[in-house]
Design a protein around this ligand. Structure first.
Ligand code: PHE
Length: 343
């Protein structure tokens, strides 16, 4: 006896049991079939076969046997419900309605935004990034000051959020994780920090007041904008397949120079459509060279080290991936929608 043969016997018995039970059209023949498909002697013969297997294969055979038992239990339960129902129905003078839709069995699945985050993390892990996390309730210092936002700078207008008292607020981005990580780990380092950000934004087709974000940070001696561009282009190609990318100058207080990266519009392939407002491009992230004063705030010698960082919105990226017209679909938790994308 080998484990392969054992598995085959179990599969054969499953099939035989299905045939025997589906042939039972009344309760008496069901009772008879029930005894024959899972009789003592059937069980004994399986444990005897199991005993003939080499010791190393027995745990696996045990699992096969348990799976067989569970399968037969399920068949029996299904069949006995059938007889109970049909008996009840005939007692009530009605016949059994076989056209009634079966009850659906719901399976849990990952949310599309989680799927996208997992995929992004996997791509960056492959090239040496590790995952870091930070708190959602953050201090003003980590969220703003350490990130080189001068007090009352207009850049903060886009970062209005809920203040929780005693200098705490709901973080407006995942960038504070840059500082927290650098305080705890000496460079060289490469991290990816997925998390949630919060802003006083309207809940509209492209904004959510609580949104997923992924931060990336690399700090080393001599790392440059070349590495930033190469890494992010590599990411875009891995995630979207062959695509053109472009970098546009931008502004963030914590990076200098700063750039936003666009990929070719997924919907029109770069020709220009309503989704990309006729430009043929879609923005997927903000990035730049870490500002020396951010490195200094985190206690890193900015004469010796350079760094680059980026921040992207996995929900926006999920919209591109699945061709969604409205970000609210991803945050409304409507199972009718989610079930179409779930894996
Ligand atoms: N934190 C920026 C935002 O939320 C994104 C970003 C991260 C930009 C890192 C540059 C570098 O808009």
């Amino acid at each position: 006896m080998t484990i392969v043969e054992f598995r085959e016997r179990a599969e054969n018995h499953k099939r035989a049991a299905s045939v025997a039970l589906s042939g039972a059209l009344d309760e008496a023949s069901f009772e008879a079939a029930k005894t024959s498909v899972w009789s003592r002697s059937v069980q004994q013969s399986f444990s005897k076969l199991l005993g003939e297997l080499p010791i190393t294969e027995r745990p696996e055979a045990g699992r096969v046997f348990n799976d067989l038992r569970a399968h037969i239990d399920a068949l029996l339960a299904e069949a006995s419900i059938y007889f109970a129902v049909s008996e009840g129905a005939s007692q009530a003078g009605r016949s059994l309605d076989l056209t009634m839709p079966a009850r659906e069995r719901w399976r849990g699945a990952k949310h599309p935004v989680t799927l996208v985050i997992d995929e992004i993390v996997a791509i960056f892990r492959e090239i040496g990034f590790t995952v870091a996390l930070g708190p959602e309730s953050e201090s003003e210092w980590y969220n703003f000051s350490a990130l080189n936002f001068p007090p009352d700078h207009p850049a903060m207008d886009m970062h209005d959020t809920l203040y929780l008292g005693e200098g705490a607020l709901l973080r407006t981005h995942t960038s504070p994780v840059q500082v927290r990580t650098l305080q705890r780990h000496a460079p060289p380092l490469r991290i990816l920090a997925p998390g949630t950000g919060f802003r006083r934004d309207p809940f509209d087709a492209s904004h959510a007041p609580a949104f997923a974000q992924i931060e990336g940070l690399a700090v080393d001696e001599g790392t440059s904008f070349v590495a930033l561009k190469a890494t992010l282009t590599h990411f875009a190609q891995k995630f979207f397949g062959k695509t053109r990318t472009r970098f546009r100058p931008s502004y963030f207080p914590f990076t200098e120079p700063s750039a936003e990266m666009d990929v070719e519009c997924r919907l029109c392939g770069g020709v220009g459509c309503s989704a990309c407002k006729g430009t043929g491009w879609m923005e997927i992230l903000g990035s730049g060279m870490v500002h020396p004063s951010v490195l200094e705030a985190a206690g890193v010698d900015s004469e010796r080290y350079t760094g680059w960082a980026f921040g992207m919105g996995p929900a926006r990226i999920a919209m591109l991936r699945y061709g969604l017209p409205d970000i609210r679909l991803l945050y409304d938790s409507d199972v009718r929608f989610l079930a179409q994308v779930a894996e």
